[in-house]
Design a protein around this ligand. Structure first.
Ligand code: THU
Length: 129
């Protein structure tokens, strides 16, 4: 897995964030088992609540292209270490407890987690079987 490339893509897409209200840019890049990368930025709304986070934009792009097997997601934002919000953790969890979550401060400085560390004792698809 090319973690450096995934992080680079997250940094690139962060520049596209549409953030007229918060001014806080976030970029995310999702890697699937097909080897493809899907990127996403946060997109805010004047009505506030329709705002979508970068992670969910990237996941929506991947899933809507037929991808289901997410291997890793890299996230970067305007704070030093921008971690996924609770809603995004739950959406990542939908596609696997073992997804690698990379939180990048710079293209060379990053922390790695598996999703289940960031969202322990989670509720997920298996609960509804
Ligand atoms: N944001 C994300 O894109 N991802 C997160 O996980 C945390 C928050 C965005 C939403 C909003 O546009 C801005 O950051 C400030 O909350």
């Amino acid at each position: 897995m090319d973690k450096k490339l995934l992080i680079k893509k997250a940094f690139e897409v962060k520049e596209k964030a549409y953030v007229p209200y918060s001014g806080f840019h976030v970029g995310a890049a999702v890697l699937t088992d097909s080897g493809k990368i899907y990127t996403g930025c946060n997109i805010e709304s004047a009505s506030y609540t329709p705002t979508i986070c970068a992670e969910r934009t990237a996941i929506a792009k991947a899933v809507s292209e037929g991808e289901r097997n997410i291997t890793a997601i890299a996230v970067t934002g305007d704070s030093q270490w921008t971690y996924p919000c609770g809603v995004c953790r739950q959406v990542i969890r939908e596609f696997g407890k073992d997804i690698l979550v990379i939180i990048a401060k710079t293209e060379d400085e990053y922390r790695e987690y598996v999703l289940k560390e960031l969202l322990p004792h989670s509720f997920g698809p298996e609960d509804l079987k």
